[in-house]
Ligand binder design. Structure first.
Ligand SMILES: Nc1nc2c(ncn2[C@@H]2O[C@H](COP(=O)(O)OP(=O)(O)OP(=O)(O)O)[C@@H](O)[C@H]2O)c(=O)[nH]1
Length: 547
């Protein structure tokens, strides 16, 4: 390999101002730091730490989760060396060689967005299962040794890392009493409450669960890890963050002045607040806006709030949205009735504004979280069948409004039954995850990737015409076909996929787009597999006709 070659293939049109990284030079420089026997041991380790941190930032920026993962391991090992020195640097040297191998195998497609960070605070090296799950969900791990934290070192830096991270994980190991969690609980109090946070404990006790809930940790998991649940939580937190839009609140009350009064307070909190005083319009708004919570007046002149809640609940999009009734009703039976008939709770209109805002935020966020979990596939963490179809529909609307192209891709792994029959079902699952990982990390952040069926994936590529989509998917096809997949028993296998592409505006609605992509996939299979097919002129040459 040419030593001056840079793996960063960004073009100036992508507008990134950072310099391309010469990765091989960076690894060589790390090796040379370790071999400088004249320098003090600690100085060498600190130099190495700084270099590895810079490389980790670059690996995140160019969305290389495998490299980010390996660099994070190295950082953890350097911290360990600083705390309890080993005899030689053999572990560090092994890790650097591993990083070198990853770099040599890297084949990059350029990306605009950095990988989001998962900050892990742990006394021990995080397990491969955990690292794998993070990498699949598209997170770059950043591990802080819990001992560093306990020695009160660099608390500001840790807070800054937590501030930047999208996800915070605390690992409580066997040898720890939960008292050791008090420091991270206090130091990161704000971050744990306002970001997605997970506590993974090797013990399950009520005490630790209570402490975790009190500290505002979003999810509690125990060892051995339930991998499907972990995948789902991680991915749903990505879905949640990707939405990253202000909470949507709909208030319905016949008193227009109530809307003016509450609206002022909600808007100050950066909440997307809509007020309706007429029931019919309220229903239309609810369907269109898909609120995260509805605040409903119990008594209105045209319709009873209880009946309006029933109408809301009949719409599939509003089936689970939390509804809070607001009234001055003192009658317990009627309050209970309001709950039974489809309202989630009952609030007195005299509630203090701060209490209402807190309650609304909490309920609405919980609803978003549960919707995100419902939308993700448990094996891969990608969007599931219904969620990716909903996304195609929403993207068609957007493409229509903005007069932009949109491509939809259906991918199916070739001869997948043979993979299962030859290597076993678990190996089949590894192949599915490998492809999902490739798609998830190599496509742009605003592209949608879903598991459409068993070994079938669906992708939305907004603002991408058919020809561009075909070239992009073809590159992924080549890359997937070339990378050997290692099964749990150590065998290597090579797999390929076929893909069919259809684009808007040639096909105008959900059904015709999916049907066309499916037809093109069928043609790809019929013509020998391991190929990408779209409408005939897209590839210029001679893609076969769909029928
Ligand atoms: N391991 C694993 N296998 C699955 C999963 N979902 C579906 N499958 C298997 O995927 C195989 C799909 O096989 P087929 O539809 O016959 O197609 P194929 O063998 O991929 O052949 P072509 O698509 O024609 O190239 C079936 O054996 C399913 O049991 C899954 O989640 N995990």
């Amino acid at each position: 390999m040419d030593n001056t070659h840079s793996f960063d293939h960004r073009t100036s049109s992508e507008g990134l101002d950072a310099q391309p990284v010469n990765w091989e030079l960076a690894v060589a420089s790390m090796e040379s730091v370790l071999s400088q026997s004249s320098a003090h041991r600690k100085t060498r380790l600190v130099d190495l730490l700084v270099q590895a941190e810079n490389m980790l930032m670059d690996a995140r920026r160019i969305r290389q989760p495998q490299l980010a993962n390996a660099l994070d391991r190295l950082l953890h090992a350097i911290q360990q060396e600083l705390i309890s020195p080993a005899e030689d640097f053999s572990r560090l040297i092994r890790l650097i060689r591993h990083i070198d191998r990853i770099i040599k195998n890297m084949l990059l497609i350029s990306h605009k967005d950095a990988l989001p960070v998962a900050l892990i605070i742990s006394a021990q090296e995080p397990s491969d299962v955990l690292r794998d799950a993070l990498s699949r969900a598209g997170f770059a791990p950043r591990t802080i040794n819990a001992q560093v934290l306990n020695q009160a070192l660099e608390h500001d830096k840790i807070k800054a890392l937590a501030d930047e991270a999208e996800l915070i994980m605390l690992l409580a190991q066997d040898d720890e009493s939960f008292a050791n969690l008090e420091l991270p609980f206090t130091l990161l109090e704000n971050e744990l409450r306002h970001k997605t946070s997970l506590l993974i404990s090797s013990k399950d006790s009520f005490q630790i669960r209570a402490a975790s809930a009190k500290a505002g940790v979003s999810h509690f998991l125990t060892e051995p890890l339930d991998v499907s649940r972990l995948n789902m939580l991680l991915q749903s937190s990505r879905i949640l963050d990707e939405e990253n839009k202000p909470l949507r609140v709909l208030m319905v009350d016949d008193m227009v002045t109530a809307g003016v009064y509450w609206g002022k307070h909600f808007q100050k909190q950066n909440i997307n607040f809509r007020f309706e005083s007429k029931p019919e319009q309220a229903y239309r708004s609810a369907v269109e806006m898909q609120p995260d919570i509805i605040l409903l007046d119990l008594y209105m002149p045209d319709i009873d709030g209880i009946d309006l809640a029933k109408i809301f609940r009949e719409h599939p999009r509003l089936l689970d949205v939390p509804i809070l009734f607001m009234s001055t009703e003192e009658n317990d039976r009627r309050r209970m009735n309001a709950k039974i008939q489809g309202g989630d709770d009952f609030l007195n209109k005299t509630i203090a504004i701060d209490d209402l805002l807190k309650m609304v935020r909490y309920r609405a966020l919980r609803y978003r979280q549960s919707m995100a979990e419902k939308r993700s596939d448990s094996l891969t963490g990608l969007l599931n069948h219904n969620a990716i179809k909903d996304l195609v529909e929403a993207e068609i609307d957007r493409a229509n409004r903005q007069n932009q192209p949109l491509s939809v891709v259906l991918i199916d792994i070739d001869h997948f039954k043979n993979v299962n029959d030859t290597f076993g079902h678990q190996a089949g699952d590894i192949v599915i995850r490998k492809l999902s990982n490739l798609l998830n990390t190599r496509l742009r952040r605003y592209d949608g990737v879903g598991r459409y069926g068993g070994e079938e994936f669906m992708i939305t590529l907004p603002n991408t015409d058919e020809q561009t989509a075909a070239h992009l998917i073809n590159r992924l096809r080549v890359q997937f076909g070339q990378s050997a997949i290692r099964t749990e028993n150590g065998s290597n296998m090579l797999c390929t996929f076929s893909a069919g592409i259809a684009s808007f505006p040639r096909f105008l609605d959900l059904t015709s787009l999916i049907e066309a992509a499916d037809q093109h996939l069928y043609v790809a299979k019929a013509n020998g597999r391991n190929r990408v097919v779209c409408s005939e002129e897209a590839l210029g040459a001679s893609p076969p006709k769909p029928d």
